[in-house]
Design a protein around this ligand. Structure first.
Ligand code: HEC
Ligand code: HEC
Length: 363
């Protein structure tokens, strides 16, 4: 305890100097404070492992935020807490999205974006449609401050006097002391969201070798999805059972002559590279039948419309993905092939996920 105090004081002095030197660069100072809070944080949870489904890639859990039963429970309480209101845009029944666009500010520009579903977030490598957050913890900070719009100081005060949950007890069990800090809130929420694993859809069981999990129509859809006929798994990789390759691509939904003409710069807003404008995450398709409307701006209302987009051919732009471009005038699928592809997309639904009470409200 004593050495911590000494560390805190000396870091405090260092901070004042930094602050004096960089009084006009506030962001830099904020980052330093976060680091110090991290150093002083008491990390005590009895770590536990989450079961990774057969055939899924291993989970990379951050060293400073291992799973614990108590951490997950705290996260679940926070997620459903009236102060956080995450559920106003993320509803379990729709695999944690809602229908409708929400204004999102990136680099000072306002874009209309579709709230993202939560499914298998433990494997995501760049969060949000454009990949602007490298970690789930980082995205959660943004969600609290921007999407919910509540400052941490207010949130902490409200949680301290909450009658909804016994946060004294929940924070103590999860992190060894009842002190409520922004870092503990972020960590607990991230632990809870990482447990949202969907692995029991017929399409995933089929990939694990249960060949009878799919009907003949769905099986035909699988053949189209994974072969050059549909070429879907080129980007929505099926072999990892996640139906995403976690990259950022232009799937040809907009026609522009110049990359600066995209109305939403997407990944380009993050990298600052013009050629990345109009690229978005080749998102997971697990639970896709539950998450309409589709694409980053909700432009397609149904999966039939999405299939029609790929079927008639992506629109031209300088950085449209080669795979989309190669198909030239589109896939030209027959009606039966379109029905089969739709059936396969629908077979990616894990009903047990939306019914799982460990993801639903504790209140
Ligand atoms: C007002 C609506 C709204 C609220 C409230 C909201 N979100 Fe979101 N959320 C969104 C939108 C929109 C996106 C997509 C953002 C983008 O791509 O720019 C998103 C994306 C996310 C993602 C990224 C998922 C991925 O696959 O990359 C996470 C994680 C997330 N939200 C967590 C939360 C949490 C936790 C809360 C509560 C603290 C919350 N959100 C509250 C609208 C909301
Ligand atoms: C070149 C890579 C690529 C190929 C090939 C591709 N997709 Fe996509 N797909 C994406 C990207 C990137 C997005 C997100 C685009 C956006 O939001 O603007 C997406 C979005 C989607 C969505 C909407 C996801 C959501 O949550 O809103 C569906 C459904 C979909 N693709 C199905 C398919 C099907 C079916 C095929 C094959 C016929 C296919 N994709 C081929 C890259 C690809």
């Amino acid at each position: 305890m004593k050495s911590r105090t000494v560390v805190a004081i000396s870091i405090g002095i260092f901070l004042i100097i930094v602050q004096l030197m960089q009084s006009c660069k506030k962001e830099t100072v904020t980052v330093v404070i976060t680091d110090i809070e991290k150093q002083l944080e008491y990390i005590a949870p009895p770590a536990m492992d989450i079961i990774v489904p057969d055939g899924f890639p291993p989970i990379e859990v951050p060293d400073d935020n291992p799973f614990s039963e108590a951490g997950i429970q705290l996260g679940r309480n926070l997620f459903y807490d009236n102060n956080l209101r995450c559920t106003s845009c993320h509803q379990q029944i729709q695999s944690f999205t809602i229908t409708g666009n929400i204004p999102v500010t990136v680099n000072g520009k306002s874009y209309q974006r579709n709230p993202m579903p939560f499914v298998n977030l433990a494997w995501v490598q760049g969060f949000a449609w454009d990949g602007r957050s490298l970690t789930l913890e980082e995205k959660i900070i943004e969600s609290i401050v921007e999407s919910v719009g509540i400052p941490y100081e207010t949130l902490i005060t409200n949680l301290q006097s909450s009658t909804q949950a016994d946060y004294d007890k929940l924070f103590t069990s999860a992190f060894g002391s009842n002190e409520i800090t922004s870092i503990k809130i972020n960590k607990a929420l991230a632990q809870f969201l990482r447990t949202m694993i969907a692995a029991n859809s017929p399409a995933q069981k089929h990939l694990r070798g249960e060949l009878t999990a799919l009907s003949q129509l769905e099986q035909d859809g699988f053949d189209i999805f994974t072969s050059e006929t549909g070429n879907c798994s080129h980007c929505h990789l099926h072999s990892n059972q996640l139906f995403t390759d976690n990259t950022f691509r232009n799937n040809g939904i907009d026609s522009v002559n110049n990359v600066s003409d995209f109305s939403d710069y997407g990944h380009g807003e993050v990298t600052g590279v013009d050629f990345d404008n109009g690229k978005f995450r080749s998102v997971t398709l697990v639970n896709i039948a539950l998450t309409a409307p589709y694409m980053h701006d909700s432009r397609f209302q149904t999966l039939e419309e999405v299939i029609e987009h790929y079927n008639t051919g992506g629109k031209f732009s300088p950085n449209v993905d080669n795979v989309i471009n190669e198909s030239g005038n589109g896939l030209n699928l027959t009606q039966y092939q379109k029905d089969a592809l739709l059936a396969y997309l629908e077979s990616m639904t894990d009903i047990s996920f939306v019914a799982d009470t460990s993801f639903s409200t504790p209140f």
